[in-house]
Ligand binder design. Sequence first.
Ligand code: MF3
Ligand code: CO
Ligand code: CO
Length: 255
Amino acid sequence: MKITIKTPDEIKKMRVAGKLAAEVLEMIGQYVVPGVTTDELDKICHDYIVNVQKAIPACLNYNGFPKSICTSVNHQVCHGIPGPKKLKEGDIVNIDVTVIKDEYHGDTSKMFTVGKPSILAERLIRVTLEAMYLGIKEIKPGRHLGDIGAAIQTYAEANRFTIVREYCGHGIGKIFHEAPNVLHYGKPGTGEKILPGMIFTVEPMVNAGQRFVKLLPDKWTVVTKDHSLSAQWEHTILVTDDGYEVLTKRSEETI
Ligand code: MF3
Ligand code: CO
Ligand code: CO
């Protein structure tokens, strides 16, 4: 499929959806404490999206996914299913939220720490965030998608971490996952040319150990093969005439 260029009216709606997704992450932080279950976090997000935002949690029933958010803990890479297990001191957890408002999607995720994380976990989370920002800063008309991946890969690997290759960022709009695939590794100058009005996500998954992953028997949860820690951050990005706009920016961010 071809990459769509969003119209001004679609961009307006994507700004709204992006802001709502960001606000869910801002709201949920206070609840990510030792003893809370990921099911409880899912219910709080679900109720907030449905009752306060009057929006739709896009993950619920998406290809059969049973919950409203993804919660990926420690060596879980992505698509973790909320459940009855309690978070404990030292855990790290990615919460990935996608909302639909007025037919358009906003998709974003953030790492949370439960109590005090290990030095390694803290470094992994920081390097992954910095890698995502470096990738996003490559975005402007005339650049190539490979420039994003190259920036992310170079930085993560310089810090002795590895990039998961099996999952990538994606175009987004009325459709949750559309063209293009946005790889988090690659070579500068390769891939599709970036044009104004494109909207896609950047969502690198970075492992502290080897890059390899496996799918759990639940058919959703992706974990590192070597059980090393993994981190991920995600933003939905609009390509503007001279650069980018982060549609899912939180108030704590300056990018
Ligand atoms: N939000 C994820 C992404 O970034 C997709 C989750 S799909 C689900 O693309 F079904 F697992 F929720
Ligand atoms: Co996404
Ligand atoms: Co997401």
